[in-house]
Design a protein around this ligand. Structure first.
Ligand SMILES: C[S@@+](CC[C@H](N)C(=O)[O-])C[C@H]1O[C@@H](n2cnc3c(N)ncnc32)[C@H](O)[C@@H]1O
Length: 380
């Protein structure tokens, strides 16, 4: 009997099981013929092996993301997916039967999706449910390791990654660490990665976990999911969500939260584009605003100190997050002048600025960049 992890998520593998795999329970929604083929294949495999299939969770870390959580992962503040332009390419590197692929397509039907899944039955379900319906979805029946090696050799990069990787495999108890690292290397500058990971990220003291924690806290943030977030998939393990953004080329490492206003020539656009790709290619944009019958300009200014969200500001100073800048507004950033101090404005996104705890944390950290202005003594 093998035990791949002590967490409840990856229980000891049983020699034989009468459990109906989740894949089959959900297979071929809307395609009875595909469902029939999958069931036939499972029965054939079981007869050949002389046992019923081992539980998917123990064998290959299969714990599908429930629909509500999948939609949450694909939305602000976890990712900028819904703002990406048509044709942007999103990677799902361990797609299972496609719960996250479906959520990516709901969040932004205009993006392309590359889904990778080594389990042939799950990959077939994902293909039948998504690739067959939408040629913008491409399913690769492969391990992520094999796919990543090919993509790297071919120079393929992604505008975003949404992933819930296997946490542990029988021969690799921390496989998720490698999967997050490989996905990071396939992300374009300015691109966004969101991943479900084990809660152990936050407390394990071994080098692997400590290094990953430091890297993640440098390039983004992580937060705990509510207990029972995966209860619908039969797991009560504690999980976290990691959000990472790839630095822009030329950005001074670790200082992108000290806001600056680029002075490039504005490029005319039909409507403001506030994504990572735009921060690289179009850091200053001007567009015609029909409401005010005039031109408006936005500039990429930097990132949120706490969660690394991209921040943009308008030249006319109207940075109300309820307006065109939305969650990307730099308007709630920490301005030292408001506290009687001097120094750079420190980026804070609307989401972190309107949460009392994060605001206080942000303020304490921002003060380290500020000085108290020297006041000359009054003449007697
Ligand atoms: C936790 S499940 C998540 C499935 C899907 N991402 C979701 O959120 O519903 C992890 C998936 O990773 C797959 N997997 C296992 N080893 C893998 C590998 N080496 N490369 C890519 N995927 C793998 C499993 O077959 C399983 O479908």
């Amino acid at each position: 009997m093998t035990t791949s992890s002590t967490s409840g998520r990856h229980r000891p593998a049983r020699a034989a099981s009468t459990t109906v795999p989740h894949t089959v329970r959900n297979a071929g929604r809307g395609d009875p013929a595909a469902r029939g083929r999958l069931v036939d294949q499972l029965i054939t495999d079981a007869l050949r092996a002389g046992t019923a299939p081992a539980p998917d969770r123990a064998r290959d870390g299969y714990v599908p993301t429930p629909e509500d959580l999948a939609d949450e992962l694909c939305d602000v503040p976890n990712t900028d997916l819904r703002f990406l332009p048509a044709g942007a390419v999103i990677l799902e590197p361990s797609a299972g039967d496609g719960a996250l692929v479906a959520a990516i397509r709901r969040a932004n039907p205009a993006v392309r999706v590359v889904a990778v899944e080594p389990n042939p039955v799950r990959a077939a379900v994902c293909t039948a449910d998504h690739q067959a319906a939408d040629p913008a979805v491409q399913v690769h029946t492969s391990t992520f390791e094999q796919y990543a090696a090919r993509a790297t050799a071919d120079g393929i990069m992604f505008d975003g990654v949404v992933m819930n990787p296997p946490f542990a495999l029988p021969d690799d108890p921390h496989v998720w660490l490698d999967h997050v690292r490989m996905a990071w290397h396939l992300l374009r500058p300015g691109g966004w990665l969101v991943a479900v990971v084990p809660d152990s990220l936050s407390y394990r003291s071994g080098t692997q976990h400590a290094d990953a924690r430091a890297f993640i806290e440098h390039h983004g943030s992580h937060h705990r999911l509510p207990t029972g977030a995966f209860a619908a998939s039969g797991s009560m393990s504690a999980c976290r969500v990691v959000r990472l953004t790839k630095p822009l080329p030329g950005a001074a490492i670790g200082t992108e939260h000290l806001l600056s206003v680029p002075q490039h020539q504005p490029v005319r656009v039909a409507a403001p584009q506030l994504t990572g790709a735009a921060a690289v290619d179009l850091p200053v944009q001007v567009w015609f605003d029909g409401w005010s019958s005039g031109d408006r300009t936005v500039r990429y200014q930097g990132r949120c100190l706490l969660c690394r969200w991209l921040l943009w500001g308008r030249d006319d100073g109207d940075n109300d997050p309820r307006g065109v800048l939305g969650p990307f507004s730099a308007g709630l950033s920490l301005d030292p002048a408001e506290f009687g101090m001097a120094g750079p404005t420190v980026g804070l996104c609307p989401s972190c600025a309107t949460n009392g705890t994060s605001y206080r944390t942000g303020y304490q950290q921002a003060r380290q960049h500020w000085t108290t202005p020297h006041r000359s003594r009054p003449d007697r």
